[in-house]
Write a protein that binds this ligand. Structure first.
Ligand code: 5GP
Ligand code: ZN
Length: 113
Protein backbone atom coordinates (compact mmCIF):
# COMPACT_ATOMS: atom_id res chain seq x y z
CA UNK A 1 0.00 0.00 0.00
CA UNK A 2 1.43 3.36 -1.10
CA UNK A 3 1.79 6.08 1.49
CA UNK A 4 -0.82 8.88 1.52
CA UNK A 5 1.44 11.50 0.00
CA UNK A 6 2.59 9.14 -2.79
CA UNK A 7 -1.11 8.63 -3.56
CA UNK A 8 -1.73 12.40 -3.72
CA UNK A 9 1.33 12.87 -5.97
CA UNK A 10 0.17 10.09 -8.32
CA UNK A 11 -3.44 11.35 -8.36
CA UNK A 12 -4.84 8.15 -6.82
CA UNK A 13 -6.04 10.27 -3.91
CA UNK A 14 -7.46 13.75 -4.36
CA UNK A 15 -5.51 16.69 -3.01
CA UNK A 16 -5.87 20.44 -3.24
CA UNK A 17 -2.76 20.82 -5.39
CA UNK A 18 -1.27 24.29 -5.83
CA UNK A 19 1.93 23.53 -7.65
CA UNK A 20 3.66 20.64 -9.31
CA UNK A 21 6.88 20.16 -11.26
CA UNK A 22 9.24 17.34 -12.18
CA UNK A 23 10.54 17.03 -8.61
CA UNK A 24 7.94 18.31 -6.15
CA UNK A 25 4.26 18.77 -5.48
CA UNK A 26 2.56 21.30 -3.14
CA UNK A 27 -0.95 20.86 -1.76
CA UNK A 28 -3.05 22.24 1.08
CA UNK A 29 -2.97 20.45 4.42
CA UNK A 30 -6.24 18.65 5.12
CA UNK A 31 -6.22 19.90 8.76
CA UNK A 32 -4.83 23.42 8.49
CA UNK A 33 -2.95 24.64 11.57
CA UNK A 34 -2.91 28.24 10.26
CA UNK A 35 -5.04 30.27 7.81
CA UNK A 36 -2.59 29.23 5.10
CA UNK A 37 -1.10 25.75 5.47
CA UNK A 38 0.58 24.06 2.52
CA UNK A 39 2.69 20.91 2.36
CA UNK A 40 5.53 20.59 -0.14
CA UNK A 41 6.64 17.03 -0.86
CA UNK A 42 9.11 15.32 -3.18
CA UNK A 43 7.34 13.35 -5.96
CA UNK A 44 9.67 10.46 -5.15
CA UNK A 45 9.06 8.65 -1.86
CA UNK A 46 11.72 9.83 0.60
CA UNK A 47 10.71 9.06 4.17
CA UNK A 48 12.27 12.06 5.91
CA UNK A 49 15.27 14.37 5.91
CA UNK A 50 17.21 11.43 7.38
CA UNK A 51 16.66 9.50 4.14
CA UNK A 52 17.89 12.26 1.81
CA UNK A 53 20.99 11.18 -0.09
CA UNK A 54 23.58 13.05 -2.13
CA UNK A 55 21.66 11.94 -5.23
CA UNK A 56 18.69 13.99 -4.04
CA UNK A 57 20.38 17.40 -4.35
CA UNK A 58 18.00 18.55 -7.08
CA UNK A 59 14.95 17.47 -5.10
CA UNK A 60 16.27 19.11 -1.93
CA UNK A 61 16.84 22.38 -3.73
CA UNK A 62 13.43 22.23 -5.43
CA UNK A 63 11.68 21.68 -2.09
CA UNK A 64 13.15 24.87 -0.67
CA UNK A 65 12.70 26.90 -3.83
CA UNK A 66 9.05 25.85 -3.98
CA UNK A 67 8.50 27.58 -0.62
CA UNK A 68 8.89 30.91 -2.35
CA UNK A 69 6.47 29.97 -5.12
CA UNK A 70 3.92 28.76 -2.59
CA UNK A 71 4.23 31.97 -0.55
CA UNK A 72 3.49 34.00 -3.68
CA UNK A 73 0.54 31.80 -4.66
CA UNK A 74 -0.89 32.01 -1.14
CA UNK A 75 -0.34 35.77 -0.86
CA UNK A 76 1.92 35.55 2.19
CA UNK A 77 5.28 36.50 0.74
CA UNK A 78 5.08 40.03 2.18
CA UNK A 79 3.64 39.17 5.60
CA UNK A 80 5.89 36.16 6.13
CA UNK A 81 5.43 32.57 7.23
CA UNK A 82 7.06 29.67 9.03
CA UNK A 83 8.43 26.49 7.46
CA UNK A 84 8.71 23.25 9.44
CA UNK A 85 9.78 19.73 8.53
CA UNK A 86 9.11 17.20 11.29
CA UNK A 87 11.38 14.15 11.44
CA UNK A 88 11.03 10.93 13.42
CA UNK A 89 9.36 10.36 16.75
CA UNK A 90 10.85 13.29 18.66
CA UNK A 91 9.95 15.55 15.74
CA UNK A 92 6.42 14.05 15.88
CA UNK A 93 6.42 13.19 12.19
CA UNK A 94 3.10 11.51 11.38
CA UNK A 95 3.32 10.96 7.63
CA UNK A 96 6.54 9.16 6.71
CA UNK A 97 7.03 10.94 3.41
CA UNK A 98 9.30 14.00 3.63
CA UNK A 99 7.35 17.25 3.62
CA UNK A 100 7.81 20.92 4.40
CA UNK A 101 4.92 22.68 6.12
CA UNK A 102 4.42 26.30 5.02
CA UNK A 103 2.34 28.12 7.64
CA UNK A 104 1.14 31.70 7.37
CA UNK A 105 -1.74 34.09 7.08
CA UNK A 106 -1.49 35.14 10.75
CA UNK A 107 1.34 35.70 13.23
CA UNK A 108 2.82 32.46 14.56
CA UNK A 109 3.01 31.85 18.28
CA UNK A 110 6.32 32.63 19.95
CA UNK A 111 8.69 29.74 20.49
CA UNK A 112 9.67 26.67 18.59
CA UNK A 113 9.07 23.74 20.88
P1 5GP B 1 3.57 15.62 10.12
O1 5GP B 1 3.03 15.52 11.52
O2 5GP B 1 3.93 14.28 9.56
O3 5GP B 1 4.69 16.61 9.99
O4 5GP B 1 2.40 16.26 9.27
C1 5GP B 1 1.54 15.52 8.47
C2 5GP B 1 0.49 16.48 7.96
O5 5GP B 1 -0.21 15.83 6.93
C3 5GP B 1 -0.54 16.90 9.02
O6 5GP B 1 -0.53 18.32 9.15
C4 5GP B 1 -1.87 16.37 8.46
O7 5GP B 1 -2.95 17.25 8.69
C5 5GP B 1 -1.55 16.21 6.98
N1 5GP B 1 -2.32 15.16 6.32
C6 5GP B 1 -2.52 13.88 6.78
N2 5GP B 1 -3.25 13.19 5.89
C7 5GP B 1 -3.51 14.02 4.85
C8 5GP B 1 -4.23 13.87 3.62
O8 5GP B 1 -4.78 12.81 3.31
N3 5GP B 1 -4.28 14.95 2.80
C9 5GP B 1 -3.66 16.14 3.12
N4 5GP B 1 -3.78 17.14 2.22
N5 5GP B 1 -2.99 16.31 4.26
C10 5GP B 1 -2.91 15.27 5.12
ZN1 ZN C 1 5.34 8.34 -0.10
Amino acid sequence: MKCIFCQIVSGEMSGDILLRNEHICAFRDIHPAAPKHVLIVPNKHIASTEELSNNDRDVAAELLLAVKEVSKLEGISETGYRIISNCGSHGRQEVKHLHIHVLGGAPMRNGLG
